[in-house]
Design a protein around this ligand. Sequence first.
Ligand SMILES: Nc1ncnc2c1ncn2[C@@H]1O[C@H](COP(=O)(O)OP(=O)(O)O)[C@@H](O)[C@H]1O
Ligand SMILES: [Mg+2]
Length: 244
Amino acid sequence: MTTANASQPLIALAEVRKSYNVGQPNEAEVLHGVTLQVMRGEFIALMGPSGSGKSTLLNIVGLLERSTSGCYRLQGQEVQALDDRELTMLRRTTLGFVFQFHHLLPAFTALENVTLPALMTEGRVSAPQLARARELLDAVGLANAMAKRPSELSGGMQQRVAIARALVQDPPLVLADEPTGNLDTASSNEVLALLRKIHAERGTAFIVVTHDSRLAARCDRLVELVDGRIHQDKAIAAAGAAAL
Ligand SMILES: Nc1ncnc2c1ncn2[C@@H]1O[C@H](COP(=O)(O)OP(=O)(O)O)[C@@H](O)[C@H]1O
Ligand SMILES: [Mg+2]
């Protein structure tokens, strides 16, 4: 089982490699030995040119894809040995995801979309989970939009529903792949401010993929990938709350 030890890295990757199309003529290695540790409560920007492997890395961290070699520990647990069912359970209880396109289900209300992870994990939504979903929608400024369907909401509002959904299980780590890539500047700022607020209030760790160096400057640490390798990994001075 997972353990929650504050001094232990939340995630630890050691020499992680990823190849696509293994054994075929078009086999290609896209991550060439990535070593990375993330502690609880870190707020990280992941940057790099298109095709540098950011989404691949995030998908491996998020247990959506398996690495080809190397070691990945999530909360101390070596994930390579787990079967698909165990990975799915670990993913649902440990990780929240926010993508560029929100993947909300169009036929469901905002509130129903936020309760979906609980429904999928446990087969039902308990009263405390429903209360938590309402509390989160309130926290993201959507108290009056809970009964609305995604099509009735703006892009920024839809992304805020997706953020509430990512948080409903209170995961220690949220992975956001270009969460503002589809938004205008004002909505992007709002979304980042919201992630920072959640981080400050709950100590949730974030890895946020972004092309926007202005947004990255408001994170606490910058990890830059170039051609499948970590090119730079540095703390950002005067980051975060000060910049808001
Ligand atoms: N499913 C896949 N099959 C084959 N190649 C892939 C697949 N996913 C990504 N790639 C390749 O891996 C490299 C890294 O892609 P990606 O992780 O999406 O980069 P980024 O998110 O930084 O733009 C690219 O060359 C891309 O074409
Ligand atoms: Mg990508």
